[in-house]
Design a protein around this ligand. Sequence first.
Ligand SMILES: *Cc1c(COP(=O)(O)O)cnc(C)c1O
Length: 400
Amino acid sequence: MNSEDYIRLENEYGARNYHPLDVVLARGEGIWVWDVEGNKYLDCLSSYSAVNQGHCHPRILAALVEQAGRLTLTSRAFRNDQLGPLYKELCELTNSHMVLPMNSGAEAVESCIKAVRKWGYKAKGIPYGQAEIIACENNFHGRTITIVGFSTEEQYRDGYAPFTPGFRVIPFGDASALEEAITPNTVAFLVEPIQGEAGIIVPPEGYLREIRRICTEHDIAMITDEIQTGLGRTGKLLAEEHEGVEADLTLIGKALSGGFYPVSAVLSNKEVLGVFQPGDHGSTFGGNPLGCAVARMALKVLIEEGMIENAVRMGEYLMAELRSIPSPHIKEVRGKGLLVGIELFEEAGGARRFCEALQARGLLCKETHRNVIRIAPPLIISQDEIDWALERIADVLMTL
Ligand SMILES: *Cc1c(COP(=O)(O)O)cnc(C)c1O
């Protein structure tokens, strides 16, 4: 079968909830992927930052295969020999006290919403049923009913009502808006350190520090959703480290899997996650030994192989070079580490056609919102490979 055959199959039998580029991938290694015809592409999306370590990283693959042949699933009815070590390693790396293992990013967000609400009633004495959580405009936290209920993206919500109450939305990057929105019933503020799906929106310097101060002052839980910004993507293990802050709860997912096997986690202080008693929450696959073994190795290679430092160096280089491209289409280049957005002017006619042109030149990028091209390759990319990509990006931006 060729690409067209596979695309026809997908279109005939699959739900149409995505608009993918028409490239059918069959193999990946490091920063490269190959389609079924054998064409090679540089992956500049990294599966929305789930493959920060590069495709099919050999050490993560070995950990997966070894664990898959030994023990894969026990459910949390029993204990397993991977879970405790993963907890300890995560807590030591992120300075957390307690971990809740889940599977997808959206599940980590949902679990954290349950935890902060329960904490609000138990520890803060908020009248039952009145807890409020503040989130930001243009947020992206996943696709469950509760989560899309506080999205400000019309399409994410359209047709799915009724939604879960108890959320308020304020502008992103505006600390005083948070201060004004807090009521006696507020339990938490949920925020992305950099808004990824909104188009790589970087808040003003000092925003996270201000948020931290406000949350502490009002005794509300600060939740950072680091599912996309975390695990090295922005040049720190967690993006909140850029401002030297520690959230009360931090959500990770995506790259915790190294791209192999869905695994996510809520990282917390003892106070909030400590509210869960046996039976309060659960997941059949959450904390399974296969996922834990993969996550442990995904973290290990990220650190041992210097990927975070590489993201700093390559990110600075990439952004500086992108800014020097004299294209009339570029409105702004922004980002941190290897999470980079090129915003185009409205007149450029949308980012999609540039992504399609890049595909023809061997670069896989995906537009985010209408006018932003996201450049987020695996963190193992070298300067030569960035130069290779830059040549093609400049070509497309100068000639289209
Ligand atoms: C991808 C993402 C999620 C959702 O993760 P899933 O694994 O797709 O459920 C949540 N928050 C942020 C910031 C994300 O980028």
